[in-house]
Design a protein around this ligand. Structure first.
Ligand SMILES: [Zn+2]
Length: 448
């Protein structure tokens, strides 16, 4: 029997056994994108991590409803659309569609329901009104309805940060001299002229603040309490703190969410990869260059809570890894190797806080063993690896036999530390128009 699943809970800062609220049924929510630009690789990492989390939970027998919001009304969308002379709602719809297309292309298929904010305005209004009647929210005339942090003493319990003095990007955006506390955030913005607006006699014509759409949406689909909430590490504060404040204040039920999971950053030269840096490729660009299996292997190659470095070399290593898998998959052999140990090791790794790098190590142990014995794993093994991780490539890298033979000879020479021969063979490959790079997963051959 595989060990029971345990995972790191950001709320308790501990690895805990996973015990859902209702036996086998799991309600899982992950913060979706703000759709004003093409999705970049940092966000793609978060969505790929939770895609695999949902697929793994389903694999070990849970019934998972995986919900993701789409922020399709927000300051950044309005500003970007205005700069381009576009209607903000239409502009957001276009990028929502692009986002979903990119996710499908990358193999992120686990989401059960995408919930755009603009399709849940009634639920937002209902929650804001609940917070008004319980005294958690106050009106700043001509501006909007604000959550009063002094009414929620538990604020900060997720991030360990105190809210009253909070001075973060969002409280700056939700800025007003008339706020009661610096960290107070807007739940219903009264619209300025020319902005999208939803009428309401009690609240005034306006639109949702950023934090409120998530809790309005999850309360609608899941009720006031549920099992798993995921998102990028950067959302822990203030966004997720605000969600806790809103929902626990609206319902009086604690905890709002049992398990909070946060995915680490994608980093480039140790700089946080944020949109403002503008120094990275979009997912769409990368999908033109790499098989989705390669990108997924790369995105899952480090533990989800740890940072992941974005380098060309890391992508090359992933390409080499995927080529090894692909070669083995297309190899013919009458000897079929037993895959049970590998599958057990993958279960053990995944049930220990979704340790994908350890699971990948188990896959490569089997690949090495099969190659050493001139054997192949059963096809069901590749199907399993494909279903969970999505790292089975669509296409086999086409390398002519002649080139493949030289690469193998060069590899053998390297293993015997015969670098003179290995260098000579590298030159021979160059003459044929091929480059070879050595990665932890073996040589990567590319046509120049
Ligand atoms: Zn969110």
């Amino acid at each position: 029997m595989p060990p029971r699943l345990q995972l790191y809970n950001s709320l308790t800062r501990k690895v805990e056994p996973f015990v859902p609220r209702e036996d086998k049924k799991i309600h899982m929510f992950v913060c979706g994108p703000t759709v004003y630009d093409s999705v970049h690789l940092g966000n793609a990492r978060t969505f790929t991590v939770f895609d695999v989390v949902a697929k793994w939970l389903r694999h070990i027998g849970y019934e998972v409803t995986y919900l993701q919001n789409i922020t399709d009304i927000e300051d950044k969308i309005i500003a970007r659309a205005a700069a381009k002379g576009r209607d903000p709602l239409e502009y957001a719809r276009e990028y929502d569609q692009k986002f979903r297309d990119d996710m499908r292309a990358l193999g992120n298929t686990a989401v059960s329901t995408y919930a755009p904010a603009t399709e849940h305005i009634d639920q937002v209004k209902t929650q804001v009104k609940k917070l008004i009647s319980s005294g958690h929210v106050y009106l700043i005339d001509g501006d909007g309805w604000y959550f009063d942090l002094t009414t929620f003493p538990d604020y900060g319990k997720l991030s360990g940060r105190t809210g009253l003095a909070a001075n973060d990007a969002y409280s700056r955006i939700d800025d007003s001299e008339k706020k009661r506390n610096t960290g107070d955030f807007c739940v219903w913005k009264l619209s300025k002229s020319g902005e999208p607006v939803w009428e309401d006699t009690e609240l005034g014509a306006g639109r949702p603040g950023w934090h409120i759409e998530d809790t309005a949406i999850t309360e609608h689909y899941f009720g006031p309490q549920y099992d798993v909430h995921g998102g990028g590490m950067d959302l822990k504060f203030p966004h997720h703190e605000a969600e806790i404040a809103q929902q626990e204040s609206a319902s009086g039920l604690v905890p709002f969410v049992r398990y909070w999971m946060h995915a680490g950053f994608l980093e480039t030269k140790s700089e946080k990869m944020s949109k403002s840096l503008g120094n990275f490729a979009t997912l769409h660009d990368l999908l033109e260059k790499y098989d989705p299996a390669v990108l997924r292997f790369y995105l899952l190659s480090n533990h989800y809570r740890a940072p992941l470095e974005f380098t060309e070399h890391a992508l090359d290593a992933s390409q080499a890894a995927i080529n090894r898998i692909s070669e083995l998959m297309h190899k013919r052999s009458d000897i079929v190797i037993d895959e049970k140990t590998a599958i057990e090791n993958i279960h053990e790794a995944m049930n220990d806080d979704f340790n994908t790098p350890k699971a990948f190590a188990a896959i490569f142990e089997l690949v090495r063993e099969a190659n050493a014995k001139g054997a192949v794993p059963p096809h069901s093994f590749f199907a399993f690896v494909g279903d969970i991780f999505g790292i089975i490539p669509e296409q086999l890298a086409e390398i002519p036999n002649e080139v493949g033979k030289i690469v193998d000879e060069r590899q053998a020479a390297r293993e015997q530390k015969d670098f003179a021969t290995s260098d000579r063979l590298r030159d021979q490959l160059a003459d044929l128009g091929y480059t070879v790079d050595d990665t932890p997963y073996g040589p990567l051959v590319k046509k120049r």
